[in-house]
Design a protein around this ligand. Structure first.
Ligand code: AMP
Ligand code: MG
Length: 403
């Protein structure tokens, strides 16, 4: 059995080896993508000395507290006026400030009577106040956003100000999902006797989207080794870099996935992980004409598939800087947990912030009945319990991974 951390590093190692193609996208399509080139500013930011307040600009002289108003500059409308130390210009926030001024006094500290401006009693002026110097945010040709940054909404203003209307990003990873099972029918069908709807492909495809990758739906394959092999060969011929096969990964009579992987010559990196649930997870690589593909086998029950995607694929993507890291929160446990065995355990939970006690609290929602997709729907985090810890009491602190 492979330890969880070791399994993760094996995945990250292979993920990093996949070819890194890049593409240029419009700035509005860059959120959620990973920068493949630094964003360099083509101008100074701000491009000129500017005011952060509505007020007057002066050439600072501690002796002077009244000025003659000789002009006005608003944002976008500059007039090149030179002032002496007893002259001033009214300026608006964001206005370009002339070279001869070095300080801005806000109107709330001033009395303005026609063309005369007086500093109010008690108002203090510091040399350089409220003036933002040209290039004080970013210099021309300076790096504004680093390569490998996962672009978020809050990066867009900076990228736009640097003139980056097109942005160079890594191509999205393509991940295919295939489900095994004689019992599965497509979701638009009504299950007949002994059948259930195929839920894992939809779950996995929506999770793939959430980590900024592209999903490929390969449907269902029956529990038959030849058919599984054929479907995997088709998957490897597709444009997917990563193939996930769900179900049939244990050692039951109708679990053929591991056997097929070995027969096909998949280089298995691990085939059983010391975790619960999700122990029968398989990971390997497969060499094709178009390069190496990564292959995952996840246990088919819907909660295991969901958890396995997050704890293996999302976690590895985040470690390889391919998606935003999930937030981890320490929370107070609101109900006891009886752990099964001493493996590292991942349980579903619902985390909330309790304003009264100013703490996060987590309610376990896991039921050990891995088909309980209603419990999954009521959850928003995974409670991670390390291998050494056994049962947990109400009031214990646990680490939760938000989703
Ligand atoms: P398996 O890992 O193939 O033994 O499947 C474990 C359980 O998960 C079985 O009860 C299956 O019916 C269910 N299951 C397997 N694959 C899927 C799937 N793609 N969608 C929904 N349920 C599944
Ligand atoms: Mg099965």
């Amino acid at each position: 059995m492979t330890k969880y951390r070791e399994a993760l590093s094996l995945i990250v190692e292979e993920l990093k080896k996949l070819s890194n193609e890049t593409e240029r996208v419009g700035i509005l399509h860059s959120v959620g993508r990973v920068l493949s080139l630094d964003i360099i500013s083509d101008i100074y930011l701000p491009p000129f000395n500017t005011s952060e307040k509505d007020g007057i600009c002066i050439s600072y002289n501690p002796q002077i507290t009244e000025w003659d108003l000789v002009g006005e500059i608003t944002a976008g409308n500059y007039s090149d006026i030179t002032i002496s130390s007893n002259q001033t210009i009214s300026v608006m926030t964001g206005a370009k400030i002339p070279e001869s001024a070095d300080t801005v006094i806000p109107f709330e500290d001033l009395n303005v009577i026609e063309d005369e401006v007086y500093l109010k009693e008690g108002a203090k002026v510091k040399s350089g106040q409220n003036l933002i110097l040209r290039g004080s945010i970013i210099k021309q040709n300076e790096k504004a956003i680093n390569k490998n940054t996962f672009i978020k909404n809050q990066d867009i203003a900076l990228a736009a100000a640097c003139g980056a209307d097109m942005i160079e990003v890594f191509c999205k990873r393509k991940i295919a999902i295939l489900s095994t099972g004689d019992e599965l029918v497509d979701i638009y069908k009504t299950p007949a006797n002994a059948q259930i709807r195929l839920t894992n492909n939809s779950t996995v495809l929506s999770l793939i989207k959430s980590i900024g990758a592209n999903g490929i739906n390969l449907g269902i394959v029956r529990d038959n080794p030849e058919l599984i092999r054929k479907s995997l060969e088709d998957a490897f011929d597709s444009e997917a870099d990563i193939v996930i096969i769900s179900g049939g990964t244990s050692n039951g009579k109708h679990d053929f996935v591991k056997k097929v992987f070995y027969e096909m010559g998949v280089e298995i990196k691990f085939n059983c992980v010391k975790i619960k649930p999700g122990a029968p997870t398989i990971f390997g690589t497969y060499l094709t004409k178009s390069g190496t593909k990564l292959l995952f086998g996840f246990p088919g029950n819907p909660i295991s598939t969901f958890l396995c995607f997050l704890i293996f694929i999302r976690e590895a993507f985040s470690m390889a800087q391919l998606c935003q890291p999930p937030s981890r929160i320490d929370a107070v446990l609101k109900n006891k947990i009886r752990k099964k065995g001493n493996n590292r355990t991942f349980l579903l939970g619902r985390i909330i912030y309790n304003r009264k006690i100013k703490q996060y609290c987590v309610f376990p929602t896991h039921t050990w009945f891995s088909q309980n997709i209603d419990a999954l729907s009521k959850s928003n985090c995974i409670i991670e319990i390390s291998a050494g810890k056994m049962n947990l009491k109400k009031g214990d602190t646990v680490n939760c991974i938000h989703f």
